[in-house]
Write a protein of this length. Structure first.
Length: 281
């Protein structure tokens, strides 16, 4: 069995994982002020937030290219791969996952596993990394897919948003709700729901109360087993560092990541969240 992993550039991946011979990344185009960028190639997270702040129009993102995926699968087949695991951004924020399901019939000589991850960013990158580790230990394919399915079912993210206007522009909050929210200093807590969509989970008055509630949500959602926790931020590294230090002192296994263009477009600058991923047994 020779197994490859394909993901997309919305996943937050460590450089060490990107460089693995059997890990492949599809580009997610980002359009800002008439220019096209690719996360991780000609667009860093910092550059994205700088460019977003400098333009009035909201950046736009597109799906990864299906033709690029087809070409990658053809190359993998020619290179002797027998199994392919595709871990792509949630169907709740992109139509890509639905649009590639037909490929399972187009490549009968490859065993394809394309689950809906229901997530993106750092938790998606963590899935890729854990999948690579299982492949490295020669775990059976059925075992890998079973573990991934369990991981997907227990992975989520909760986010505090600082700028309600981006949610309005992205169609996830009405303008009237945003006006009232701004007047009342409401800080909504968002989450990835069971369909992988970003939805309003709770509405909290003031940032201080919102963060206090977010810590409780984290404790509630990690009490059943060991979890990897990512503190993910939209261009507020100092705040993220402080939060990560506090969580580490409470015994959590914490890493810091940045929301890339796909999620950053909808959240705006100043958002901070927790990505929660179960550790494999």
């Amino acid at each position: 069995m020779k197994t490859a992993i394909i993901t997309d550039s919305s996943a937050y991946l460590r450089d060490e994982i990107k460089e693995k011979a059997n890990v492949f990344v599809l580009d997610v185009p980002v359009f800002i002020a008439g220019e096209t960028y690719i996360e991780g190639k000609n667009l860093t997270a910092q550059a994205f937030y700088d460019k977003m702040a400098a333009t009035e129009a909201l950046p736009k993102t597109s799906q990864p290219s299906i033709s690029d995926l087809v070409s990658q699968l053809e190359k993998l087949q020619a290179d002797g791969y027998t199994h392919v695991i595709g871990l792509f951004l949630s169907s709740g924020i992109s139509g890509f996952w639905q649009n590639i399901q037909y490929l399972k019939d187009e490549f009968p000589d490859l065993t394809l596993f394309f689950p809906d991850t229901l997530i993106t960013s750092a938790p998606l990158g963590y899935m890729v990394e854990m999948t690579y580790n299982m492949i490295k230990t020669n775990a059976p394919f059925d075992f890998i897919t079973s573990e991934l399915t369990e991981m997907i079912n227990q992975t989520t993210a909760f986010i505090i948003v600082d700028d309600l206007d981006h949610l309005v522009k992205g169609g996830r909050l009405s303008n009237s709700a945003a006006m009232i929210g701004n007047l009342l200093n409401i800080k909504p807590i968002l989450r990835f729901d069971e369909e992988g969509k970003i939805v309003v989970y709770e509405k909290i008055r003031t940032s201080k109360k919102a963060f206090k509630r977010l810590y409780k949500i984290l404790a509630e959602n990690t009490k059943d087993r060991d979890y990897k926790v990512y503190v993910i931020h939209s261009n507020i590294p100092e705040k993220a560092h402080d939060v990560a230090e506090e969580l580490t002192s409470k015994g959590f296994d914490v890493s810091i990541a940045t929301f890339g263009a796909v999620i950053g477009t909808h959240l705006g600058e100043g958002a901070l969240g927790f990505g929660i991923s179960p550790k494999l047994k």
